[in-house]
Ligand binder design. Structure first.
Ligand SMILES: [Zn+2]
Length: 174
């Protein structure tokens, strides 16, 4: 069985990518996400060879951590400096790795350097709520968030839940 102890962020990101790449993708799953459907199909079909691994890879919290690590690695590779801010890894970079004022993937928030509004306490509180959303839903959160709409944050239920004011979405505050 694969043991991820002693495996650093780069190693775990590589591990996740390798396994995602090797998972057969099927269509017609009722989960709405074919990769998950495929894993479920394999488990119910009794293919137990890597069930421990699958359970781990299927765990939304593990997915959020792995995706966050991967995002931080990509950001660092692009020259970002990253630090732990209590439940969230804050990376700042001028590289075009984020949307709007910043993007949180898993437990990593990447934003531009030099703007205090992007890293102040309310903003980090807002982004930590996105971390919780990732941890609850795993990879699927990317699709769930997308379905809520990328263009108008005011119409996005996850932005509303994370707090419009904390997120500096003042145009959405009634
Ligand atoms: Zn937000």
């Amino acid at each position: 069985m694969v043991d991820l102890r002693g495996c650093n962020a780069e190693c775990r990101a590589e591990f996740l990518l390798l396994h995602i790449k090797n998972m057969p993708v099927t269509s017609g799953s009722d989960s709405g996400f074919s990769l998950f459907g495929s894993i479920n199909d394999q488990l119910s079909a009794g293919k137990r060879g890597f069930d421990g691994l699958v359970k781990r890879v299927m765990d939304p919290k593990v997915q959020a951590d792995e995706l966050g690590d991967l995002y931080a690695v990509v950001a660092k590779t692009a020259g970002a400096s990253c630090k732990d801010k209590g439940g969230i890894t804050l990376c700042t970079t001028n590289a075009p790795l984020f949307g709007r004022g910043g993007t949180t993937i898993g437990d990593t928030y990447v934003t531009a350097p030099g703007d205090p509004d992007l890293v102040d306490a309310p903003k980090l509180r807002h982004e930590r709520k996105h971390v919780k959303q990732w941890e609850k839903r795993g990879i699927k959160f990317a699709f769930d968030y997308y379905k809520e709409g990328l263009l108008d944050p005011c119409q996005n239920a996850y932005e509303k839940a994370a707090g419009f004011a904390d997120g500096d979405y003042w145009q959405c505050v009634p």
